[in-house]
Design a protein around this ligand. Structure first.
Ligand SMILES: NC(=O)c1ccc[n+]([C@@H]2O[C@H](COP(=O)([O-])OP(=O)(O)OC[C@H]3O[C@@H](n4cnc5c(N)ncnc54)[C@H](O)[C@@H]3O)[C@@H](O)[C@H]2O)c1
Length: 304
């Protein structure tokens, strides 16, 4: 989607932090943006910000819990009624759910995966047929995290969900290219946002038996670190990734060495044995993906 002017974006978790930064970058590039968010106070503040910058006609706010499928369909109808065809789906709603695996309860798992995987599934099932139907092509960006690239302890629910985003995007991308829909997985490092307030979006039914209540309270007291990336800069990087149809949209080069070590460890773990050629020939379609060859060729050409 190199030409974004006049196109419409639907952003979940769009009224705060990374989603709001992306909304600003998209509007600045001439797009119309629907900010769908579960927090009405975030929607109100975001709309006020755009009004203050005389950009309110380019944005629309919708209260949406991404886990609610019926509401998602209604939100898509409202987006289309407001701005017309939606081209860019940014599945971004999420939370900072942190704590050790042994303390995680069903409530913690169900809330975390319900929003950060289930909510994305709902976004895809709602919007892919609509994008395909209008025939103008489009793009899907799913928010993952550097936690998927370099997993660290005490993030098991978060990392599980964010790693799922990588596999989901890598699997869909070649398929959806046939429908002129690009797919990118967005893996940011730390970005200034309200993620420390994640506890405020935990529904009551997932509060009763949480193992993470005290950690969520402590997270709520954390202040935003000014060294973390500005969300609008982050949004501009997302926009560039959409325009370039990048498979991976990354933000922080300081994670490169850790990523290299991760994938080196994986490749070094293959059995050091001769390949069974007959077996390899029978599963040739599993042994490589042209998508990676093409992406590497594109990136090498770009970087000289
Ligand atoms: N900030 C970071 O450092 C960072 C790093 C990597 C990944 N991420 C991811 O980026 C995404 C955005 O987070 P952020 O840091 O901008 O936090 P944020 O809290 O500022 O923004 C997230 C928004 O999502 C909304 N939201 C939460 N649950 C929702 C639901 N069920 N339905 C609809 N909206 C919902 C919240 O109300 C909030 O407005 C998340 O998926 C997060 O995991 C953040």
């Amino acid at each position: 989607m190199r030409d974004v002017e006049g196109k419409v974006a639907f952003i979940t978790g769009g009224a705060s932090g990374i989603g709001l930064g992306a909304a600003q970058a998209f509007v600045d590039a001439g797009m119309k943006v629907v900010m769908a968010d579960v927090r009405q106070d975030h929607i109100d503040a975001a709309l006020q910000g755009f009004a203050d910058r005389q950009q309110n006609r380019a944005v629309h706010g919708i209260r949406l819990d991404v886990t609610d499928r019926a509401s998602f369909a209604r939100a898509a109808d409202e987006a289309e009624a407001t701005f017309g065809k939606v081209h860019l789906l940014f599945n971004n709603a999420g939370m900072g759910i942190m704590g050790p695996a042994k303390e995680a309860t069903y409530d913690d798992w169900d809330w975390g995966l319900g929003v950060m995987i289930g909510g994305v599934v709902n976004g895809l099932v709602t919007f892919l047929p609509r994008i395909i139907r209008h025939g103008e092509g489009g793009h899907v960006v799913n928010t993952s995290s550097m936690a998927a690239v370099i997993p660290i302890p005490n993030t098991v629910i978060y990392t599980t969900a964010k790693a799922a985003m990588v596999g989901m995007c890598e699997s869909m991308r070649p398929e959806l290219a046939a429908d002129n829909i690009g797919v990118s997985v967005f893996c940011p490092g730390p970005v200034q946002s309200n993620i420390h307030e994640s506890g405020k979006t935990r529904p009551p039914e997932f509060q009763k038996n949480s193992g993470y209540a005290e950690r969520e309270r402590q997270l709520g007291a954390r202040t935003v670190n000014p060294l973390w990336m500005d969300p609008v800069e982050c949004g501009q990087r997302i926009l560039a990734g959409v325009r370039n149809d990048d498979l991976y949209i990354l933000t922080h080069p300081e994670f490169r060495d850790g990523a290299q070590e991760h994938y080196d460890a994986l490749v070094a773990s293959f059995p050091n044995e001769p390949v069974n050629q007959e077996r390899a020939d029978s599963i040739r379609f599993l042994l490589g993906n042209r998508m990676f060859t093409e992406e590497l060729a594109k990136l090498r050409a770009r970087d000289g």
